[in-house]
Ligand binder design. Structure first.
Ligand code: PMP
Length: 370
């Protein structure tokens, strides 16, 4: 079992003597911390997190230890997350956004210039950017006409140097969740890591494939606090996989990659789960309204079905619409290489007022065009 992951790891990482702090070596509650050259005084700044509706103080940071480094392994937050997700804390890894975890996967598993990854465009742009940064050759296998990754075509591109296959479910920018059977087929027939990025899964009717991590030790599932959980500003990404995958990532990650404020704020979010679910519902209702309104606009050729908090829209003249919206102070995203469309615009579902401003602007565009 051990070798299944170890043989995928870069040789220099396998040989690495990782950085170790005294806090890695001491697990009790020390009375006297004189190991990390911190300032012993908590400082005079007090940061209060207050609930805007009730005025209640949610957390006060003063002697809560901001003068101290955070737990390098984020043990208490991992326990909260593991309980919510029904996994073990050792099956959880946290990063400074899921982008950091994606970066760590390249750093840990891909020998620059040699090891390859497979992507299924159109998909999240950071996979390509990270591959380029790390000198990792990319094989692209386009989505099929129903915007699903084609497992047979993907498997035909695998070589002995293929280390990872990235699937994004629901996919950014197309919005559709990936068929679970395709993921299983890849896990059964490919010897490397299958990374399933579920940044938008909380908006999808399809369930997360997280329960499969117990069965397949080469499956890595990524989720984030940035989307449905509404905390993009604190930068916190989660990965779920077999503990052995994370033993390697822990050797490569920077020692204190998730800061104390982020840990504290993320923990608070667990107290308000219901509010979060209500907000997701509100966004889904807005998506439905927006989808309907966009579909009847003359400039719109197609609105793609979405399992996420955004809509991909095929316009007659997307670049012109994009520039026009920018001039109006409405920022959307122009995306390339969309099957059957070419360039398309990805629109995040905003609050009702924001969506109405967008629709109003698109309505005015119709008049301008005449
Ligand atoms: N994966 C996907 C598919 C995304 O769209 C994004 C952000 N847009 C990320 C990962 C990165 O998320 P985070 O904020 O957790 O770094």
């Amino acid at each position: 079992m051990k070798n299944k992951i170890q043989h995928l790891v870069r040789p220099n990482v396998r040989l690495l003597e990782p950085y170790s702090s005294a806090r890695d070596e001491y697990s009790g509650e020390a009375a006297v911390w004189l190991d990390a050259n911190e300032n012993p005084y908590p400082g005079r700044v007090q940061l209060v997190m207050r609930d805007p509706d009730t005025g209640r103080d949610l957390a006060v940071f003063d002697e809560a230890g901001l003068n101290r480094y955070p737990d390098p392994y984020q043990r208490s937050l991992k326990e909260l997350i593991a309980r919510e997700k029904g996994v073990l804390p050792e099956q959880v890894f946290l990063g400074n956004g899921s982008d950091e975890i994606l970066d760590l996967l390249f750093r840990t598993f891909c020998e620059p210039g040699r090891d390859e990854v497979i992507l299924t465009p159109p998909t999240y742009g950071m996979y390509t950017v990270l591959a380029e940064i790390h000198g990792t050759p990319v094989k692209e296998v386009p989505m099929d006409e129903s915007l699903q990754p084609p497992p047979a075509a993907i498997l035909s591109q695998v070589t002995e140097n293929t280390k990872m296959i990235f699937l994004c479910s629901p996919n950014n920018p197309t919005g559709m969740a990936v068929d679970k059977n395709s993921v299983i087929r890849l896990l059964e027939q490919f010897d490397g890591l299958v990374v399933v990025d579920e940044a938008y899964i909380d908006f999808a009717p399809r369930k997360s494939i997280l329960p499969l991590i117990g069965k397949y030790d080469r499956l890595v599932v990524l989720q984030t606090f940035s989307k449905a959980r509404g905390l993009a500003g604190i930068r916190l990404g989660m990965a779920f996989a077999a503990p052995e995958v994370f033993q390697w990532l822990n050797r490569v990650k920077l020692p204190y990659n998730v800061n104390r404020l982020t840990l504290a704020l993320a923990s608070l979010r667990f107290e308000e789960k219901e509010t979060q679910e209500e907000i997701v519902q509100k966004i889904l209702e807005e998506r439905k309204k927006l989808e309907k309104s966009l579909a009847v606009l003359p400039a719109v050729k197609k609105v793609y079905p979405s399992d996420a908090n955004f809509l991909l829209v095929c316009f007659d003249d997307p670049e012109r619409i994009y520039r026009y919206l920018m001039e109006k102070g409405i920022v959307v995203r122009l995306r390339n290489g969309i099957p059957g469309c070419g360039k398309a615009i990805r629109i995040t579902v905003g609050a009702e007022k924001e969506n109405n401003l967008l629709l109003q602007a698109l309505d005015d565009y119709k008049i301008l065009k005449k």
